[in-house]
Design a protein around this ligand. Structure first.
Ligand SMILES: [Zn+2]
Length: 100
């Protein structure tokens, strides 16, 4: 599930958290101007992501959080760095993050 709608004709429009209207493809500006918005969300496979939107043209994508960043999130809350991301441990971590 995503709230991003890629519209080749419509004006970019940020109606976060309901809907984001984005141009269909990125431009040169997107290399520098993409910013995360809102809170971390949970994707289809359970993995967390952020919406990332270009400040200039409004192009928006989902950016899935990497292992390293996820581990930082979890260790900030004083849990489980030693457990590593072995096996299914990450699922428990993510459950914990979203339970707060
Ligand atoms: Zn852009």
């Amino acid at each position: 599930m995503t709230i991003v709608r890629y519209d080749p004709t419509g004006q970019p429009n940020n109606r976060y958290p309901r809907e984001i209207i984005s141009p269909p493809s990125p431009s040169v500006c997107c290399r520098r101007e993409m910013r995360r918005m809102g809170k971390m969300k949970r994707g289809e496979g359970g993995w967390p992501y952020f919406y990332k939107r270009c400040q200039v043209c409004g192009y928006t994508v989902r950016e899935f959080v990497g292992y390293t960043e996820l581990a930082q999130h979890v260790s900030k809350r004083g849990r489980g760095r030693r457990e590593g991301l072995r096996g299914g441990a990450w699922r428990t971590w993510i459950d914990g993050i979203f339970a707060e």
